[in-house]
Design a protein around this ligand. Sequence first.
Ligand SMILES: [Zn+2]
Ligand SMILES: [Zn+2]
Length: 271
Amino acid sequence: MVELLVVISIILILMAILLPALRRSIQQATSTVCMANLREVHQALQIYRLDNAGWLPVSDHDQEPQLTRDVGLMSAWYRSLFPRYVGDLTVLVCPADPLADAVRESLSLAAVVQDLPELTSYGLNEIILTSEDQYLAHVDRYPPRRPWDTLLVADLGADVAPTGTADYEAMLWIESVRNHGQLPIDDGYDPGRSVQVPPWLTGRHSGGINMVTFGGAIRSIRTESLMTEPISAYYEDCALGGCTVCNQLALPHYNLSAAGTYWWTGTLPRR
Ligand SMILES: [Zn+2]
Ligand SMILES: [Zn+2]
C-alpha cells in the first residue's frame, strides 16, 4: 500500500514537472505552423504582385485595383489569391486561433460564394488599403523605405468577445472586428464602415502575435502590454525607427517598434 502511494506520488510529481513543458512545446508547435502560414501568404502576395504589374490584391477579380475606392464594398484581399496563388485558403487559419474551426468553415465557403461574413485569422496592413486611392498597394511604385521592417500581414483578433455576451452576439461581434481581414493601425475607427470598432489585438501566441514584413521577415511581438496601455499617435522609439504614422500621419496606432517593425516607412503618396 505504501509502495503504491509512493509510486502514485512520483507519477504526480513527474506530471507536474512535465505538463508545463508539454504545454510550452505545443504552444511552440502552433506558433511554428502560424509562421509557416505567414511565410506562404507572403510568398503568394509577392507572386501576385509580380503577375499584376506591382499591385497587391485589394479588390474584386473583375475590377482594376485603382478603380476600387469604397473599401467597404470590396471583397477581402485574400479572395484574389485563390486559387491561383493560394490553392487552399485554410493557410489563413492560425492553429492558435480559438475560432479556428469557424474561420476554416468561413474560408472554405468564401472560396466559392461571395457575400459571406469574411472571417480570417490574419489581417493585411490596413494602411495599404486605406491610403489615398489605395496607391500603397502598388508596392513597385510606392515601396516602403524599409521593406524588411514594414508590416505586411499579422495575427488578427479579437479572440474573445466582451464578457457577458451571448454566443450568437459574440460571434457577430468577432465577425465585425475581423471583417475583410484588415489589420487596423488603431483600436477605434473602421474606415470601411465609418464606425468605431473594438480592438483587434490578440495575445494568442503565449501573450503575443506573429507577423510577416514586406521583406519577408517573420517576427513575434509581445502584445500583453500593448493591449492595456493607452494608444497614442506618437511614440519616440517608433518615430526614431522611421514610422510614417508617427512622423507624418499622426494617427493613433499600436507601437510595434519593440520588434523593430513599423506600420509604414517612407513617405505616403499624395495626389
Ligand atoms: Zn498565429
Ligand atoms: Zn509609430
